[in-house]
Design a protein around this ligand. Structure first.
Ligand SMILES: Cc1ncc(COP(=O)(O)O)c(C=O)c1O
Length: 407
């Protein structure tokens, strides 16, 4: 058979797998492997990883051990365990001051935020509908919008606008055919946190134009120098928004795969309908383990403190190397203008800068060239413990100084 003829156009049709286009993260992976092979004695300092460096908190792991042995938890979870939805409602109140979310109609679990972002277009997007998506950013909702024949309109996040979308600059013709507006605060990769004023303006915009806001709150608890914020806690927010929360970053549960969507009851109902036709729910033991920890502020605060300490040190080291670094509003990322060269070498893009740093300095970062040239440094770097953080960061500083970066 000629399988090549069977592939759907959305993944490249008959050309699927035949082009030699290499995606950003694959390029980084290959460059890291080449640098390790060329200089096996040099430690790779990895600031490119986008997931926690630590395990999930002890009480959550202990709760899993008990739940896994309970025969009542062995079956399909379908659209979720009520105890987790109740715990999620408590968490929204305790952490974000969002009162009175109905665990039965306004919350539904998901197997992480990523699949939820893949399913939401199935609920709303018809061919030709537009979806607004901030860039740089997490692409999954956009990818699935395109799969369905929708149009993805990129909304740039610029430093001069605090990495918040400029609502006044949006094209009225596009707005008229827009169904969803994807935003993500605290933001990956820029590290920007939303302000109450921005959420209020976004809510007014959504009501004015009948657009559902999809607020990806995957980093909601990792916030510095300001209050935690949910769009659902702002006036009118629950009537025009759905917010996605995740256990991945807030509770170091990346591989466990658990999150929830909350907000407008009809949007949650549509999500549950589609989800019911896609998966059979996350393992009940995992939902019950999360239930034991999600509303415990102390657990989440110690995780946030870990990143705050590391980010503050990282900022100082990068400033000394010439980067315009300062503490982000949230997440565990620093998003910084890329160097323009090193010694006599010139970098035309952030990708060139990133490849140089991997190849010549064994330092891995993630480049972004969507809106200006930026490098993302993540405070999730590997070390042998808090004391070893200083050694890794000292080594980073020495290597960057030797590289003679030009800004
Ligand atoms: C902005 C953003 N949204 C969603 C996700 C995925 O989260 P989850 O692990 O809950 O699927 C990530 C992961 O890196 C992310 O950065």
């Amino acid at each position: 058979m000629d399988l090549q003829k069977l592939f759907a156009a959305r993944i490249g049709g008959a050309q699927f797998g035949l082009t030699d286009e290499i995606y950003k993260f694959e390029k980084i992976k290959r460059a890291k492997a080449a640098a390790r092979a060329a200089r096996p004695e040099v430690e790779m300092l990895d600031f490119g990883v986008g997931e926690p460096d630590q395990m999930a908190p002890g009480p959550i792991r202990e709760a899993l051990k008990i739940a896994v042995d309970d025969p009542a938890n062995r079956g399909y979870a379908d659209n979720g365990v009520r105890a987790f939805r109740v715990a999620a409602a408590n968490y929204m109140e305790k952490f974000f001051g969002v009162r009175g979310l109905d665990p039965d109609t306004e919350i539904n679990h998901s197997i992480g935020s990523k699949p939820a972002l893949a399913m939401l277009p199935l609920c709303f997007v018809n061919p030709g509908d537009a979806v607004l998506l901030t860039v740089p950013g997490y692409p999954v909702l956009g990818t699935h919008t395109k799969y369905l024949g929708g149009e993805v309109v990129k909304v740039p996040l610029r430093a001069e606008h605090g990495f918040l979308p400029d609502l006044a600059a949006l094209d009225p013709a596009v707005i008229a055919r827009t169904k969803l507006f994807y935003v993500n605060y605290p933001n990956n990769p820029t590290g920007a946190a939303a302000t109450p004023e921005f959420f209020d303006a976004l809510i007014a915009f959504a009501h004015r134009h009948n657009i559902l806001i999809v607020q990806d709150a995957a980093y909601a608890t990792l916030i510095y120098g300001q209050e935690r914020l949910s769009i659902l806690g702002r006036p009118g927010g629950k009537d025009c928004a759905i917010e996605l929360h995740s256990m991945s970053k807030s509770y170091n549960m990346t591989g466990w795969r658990l999150g929830f969507v909350a907000g407008h009851a009809k949007a949650v109902k549509a999500f549950a309908e589609v989800k019911d036709n896609v998966d059979s729910g996350q393992f009940k033991a995992i939902q019950l383990a999360a239930t034991a920890g999600i509303a415990d502020i102390q657990l989440s605060e110690s995780i946030r403190e870990h990143y705050r300490r590391r980010l503050e040190k990282l900022v100082k080291v990068l400033q000394r190397a010439g980067f315009a670094a300062r503490m982000p509003g949230g997440t565990f990322y620093l998003y910084l203008p890329a160097p323009k060269g090193a010694g006599a070498q010139v970098f035309k893009t952030a990708e060139e800068a990133s490849q140089f740093l991997i190849r010549e300095c064994s330092i891995s970062t993630v480049p972004w060239d969507d809106v200006g040239a930026f490098l993302r440094f993540s405070a999730t770097f590997e070390s042998a413990g808090a004391a070893d953080d200083d050694r890794v960061l000292g080594e980073l500083g020495r290597r960057l100084a030797a590289a003679r970066l030009v800004f």
